[in-house]
Ligand binder design. Structure first.
Ligand SMILES: C[S@@+](CC[C@H](N)C(=O)[O-])C[C@H]1O[C@@H](n2cnc3c(N)ncnc32)[C@H](O)[C@@H]1O
Length: 196
């Protein structure tokens, strides 16, 4: 089943120089986003062929940026954290493209301006069933899905803000009552959807 993820990096920088030696501190928990990319796209040997993930870099300076990693076209991206961070750091040196313009940076990696509202409106236009992952919600199970495209929203290490939750007014599903790290949540979603 075609699936996609959107992760919000509240403090992750959208522009400027990324500190590759301190992805968790000075780089606004970019490490969390990178692990989400790995869990979304990579298998033990190779890559899923049916998945993409959009990072939302909301930490400034300047306008927010979205980076889209699409497993269907990705070439030459290796799973190690530093290699992925290196690719992101090169993108952050580029100006943020205007909203509505998705610029290809390299095969399978595109970037654009915008935020979660932009992503929601794009997914709505593509008839994607949108789901907010939230520990305090009904349990997600494979019987919850048919053949549709499905997109999941998750946060980084911080909770969604009230304003974000107001915007993310959609179906909610849980993966259990304990809060997990985002990349673990993604792996569980894959496991459930792989059974559909
Ligand atoms: C590290 S958690 C965020 C924890 C944060 N303290 C909070 O209260 O939201 C990252 C994301 O993973 C997803 N997640 C983590 N555990 C989950 C669970 N048990 N059920 C559903 N989603 C979960 C949520 O989307 C969450 O925003």
């Amino acid at each position: 089943m075609q699936r996609r993820f959107a992760i919000i990096g509240h403090r992750a920088p959208s522009n400027g120089k990324l500190n590759l030696n301190d992805l968790s501190g000075a780089s606004g928990r970019m490490d969390v986003l990178i692990r989400a990319i790995s869990s979304s796209l990579f298998l033990s040997h190779g890559m899923r062929d049916d998945c993409h993930i959009t990072l939302h870099l909301m930490g400034g300076p300047g306008p927010s940026r979205r980076i889209w990693f699409d497993s269907r076209n990705l070439r030459g991206l290796h799973v190690d954290e530093r290699a992925i961070a290196g690719r992101i750091s090169k993108i952050l040196e580029e100006p943020v493209p205007p909203m509505g313009q998705m610029l290809e940076f390299s095969s399978g990696i595109l970037h654009s301006g915008g935020d979660i509202a932009t992503t929601m409106s794009e997914w709505q236009g593509e008839n994607v069933r949108m789901i907010l992952l939230d520990a305090d919600a009904p349990l997600l199970s494979s019987s919850s899905f048919g053949e549709e495209s499905v997109g999941f929203f998750l946060s980084d290490d911080q909770a969604f803000s009230d304003a974000e939750l107001k915007l993310l007014d959609m179906e909610k599903y849980s993966l259990g009552s304990e809060w997990l790290q985002g990349h673990s949540a993604i792996t569980i979603v894959h496991h459930i959807l792989d059974q559909c």
